[in-house]
Each structure stands twice: as C-alpha cells, then as structure tokens.
Design a protein around this ligand. Structure first.
Ligand SMILES: O=C(O)CCC(=O)C(=O)O
Length: 270
C-alpha cells in the first residue's frame, strides 16, 4: 500500500496550507485568517442563517441553569450542527492545525447586571511563554448583538504578543480593553494567547452565547484508557486518578468541574 508523503517542514502560524486555501477562499475567510494570526482575534459573520441562530438561542436558554450549561454536544443535535459549521471548521484548521479536536461546548446566559468573568488567556493550563503556534481556538457564538452595553467580550489588543498570562495588576487594568462588537449570528474567535474578559451587561434582556473550543491534536494521549479509568482508580488510588485526568477540572462527568479550576490553572505554572 502506498504511504502518504511526510512533510519535513512546518508552516508558519500565518500561512494557510495548500489543502485549506481553496476552502478559505470559497468561504471568504482570508481576512479572518490574517487577523487571527496577526491580532489574535477576529469575527466571522453569518456562520449560520437567522433561522438557525434563533433555534440555537432558544435551545441554549432551555438547557441553561444558573447562567449556563456545558457538555452540550451530548445534549442536543443542534450543537453538533454548530460545531461542524464549515466556517468554524475552516478557521479551526487554520488556527490549531489539521486533525484538531473539539475541547468544549458550553453556554453562558448573562442578564442585566451580570458581572465580568475576569481577564485571562484561554491557555490557562499551559505554562508561559506560550508557543509560537496556537494551541487552542475559542469561538463565542453571539446569539444576540454584541455591544459593550450588552456585555460583549472585552479584549486587550496586543496582549497576544506577550505570550504569557496577565498578572494581578494587569487583570485590574481593563481601561486598555476594547469591546468586540458584531451582529447576532457572528462568532467572535480568538487564540489561546489573547487576554480577554467581558463587559458587565447594563442593557435589559440576556446575552446568550455558545462557547466552542477547538484544540490542537498534540497533547492527546496515545492510548485511551477512559473505559478502564474507574477500575484503575479504585485499585490504585489518587495518583492513578491524576494520570487518568480525574484530579483536574477538565473532563468531569458533567463537563468542567469548576471547583478544581484554580488548582488546575495553578498546576500548569508549577
Ligand atoms: O463571555 C465572554 O464574552 C468571554 C468568554 C470567555 O472568556 C471564554 O470563553 O474564554
């Protein structure tokens, strides 16, 4: 059987591969790729039509409790349709490489008075300095118009070049931030390096967002022990639980286990 050719070079982060270029061109995403690579963020408009967006918003509201929901791919077919939208798949391939994985499908519902999430880079469980190639791409599907008063995402332009986490002082200094503003049905996309938060919502109504994260293939374990993990942990205890990924905030039975979030973020830096 003929073996596929092996590439001996790696494309630079701002280069669209020959395989992907026709797709990017067909979907008119050239400028989005440039902006994501150079500025760390971009907005892709009209990812789906208005009808899809309205059904998507309704479904998120139905499934959300206490401001949000996670593990959504397992909860309704519409989330599979969303994560497979051609524009998102193309941007993810550009940003986190061919063979990329789905990392998270969560939702947030922010009513008037909702506070800010706090400034962070999504490379939260990656030690600094962050690598040259992006590890993780986040897409925030704005079911409603994104404006500052509506509580849109806040970004710190230029922070993607620092390739590190913000410190305590920088987390307080949000004056240098700008809002991402876009029409409903757009997906605001950023890389793992860009520092971001969100604005408090001051308008009536609710900001409904689906948070979709795609990740580079590289840290995926070679062998998948998930079917055996409980047995192994029962037999060997806590250290085995860590090896199976049961001691961190990722991959809990109900999605992210936020009680372990700070511990997980701290682990990555020690
Ligand atoms: O809700 C937002 O606008 C920002 C969300 C966020 O920080 C994230 O998905 O990493």
């Amino acid at each position: 059987m003929a073996q596929p050719n092996i590439y001996y070079d790696t494309l630079s982060p701002d280069t669209v591969s020959g395989d992907l270029a026709p797709v990017i061109s067909e979907l008119n995403l050239e400028e989005n790729c440039r902006q994501l690579a150079m500025e760390g963020w971009t907005v892709v408009e009209n990812v789906a039509d208005d009808d899809f967006n309205a059904r998507f918003r309704k479904k998120i509201l139905k499934l959300s409790k206490a401001g949000g929901a996670n593990m959504l791919l397992a909860k309704d077919e519409i989330f599979a349709q969303a994560v497979l939208m051609p524009k998102l798949m193309a941007m993810a391939e550009f940003s986190v490489g061919r063979g990329f994985l789905l990392s998270q499908v969560a939702a947030s519902v922010r009513p008037k008075g909702a506070g800010s999430i706090g400034l962070h880079a999504d490379n939260n469980w990656l030690p600094a300095p962050f690598p040259v190639h992006n590890m993780l791409m986040t897409g925030c599907w704005a079911c409603d118009e994104y404006t500052q008063e509506n509580g849109s995402t806040l970004i710190i332009p230029g922070s993607q070049n620092l390739r590190r986490h913000p410190n305590a002082l920088e987390i307080e200094n949000l004056d240098v931030g700008i809002p991402i503003e876009c029409p409903p049905g757009s997906v605001a996309i950023w890389d793992g390096n860009l520092w971001h938060s969100n604005y408090p919502r001051i308008n009536d109504g609710e900001r409904v967002v689906c948070h979709i994260t795609y990740t580079r293939l590289m840290m995926r374990p070679v062998e998948d022990y998930s079917a055996h993990a409980d047995d192994l942990i029962n037999k060997h205890g806590k250290d085995m639980a860590q090896l199976m990924g049961h001691e961190d905030f990722l991959n809990g039975a109900n999605g992210a286990d936020y009680s372990k979030l700070v511990q997980t973020f701290n682990n990555a830096k020690r």
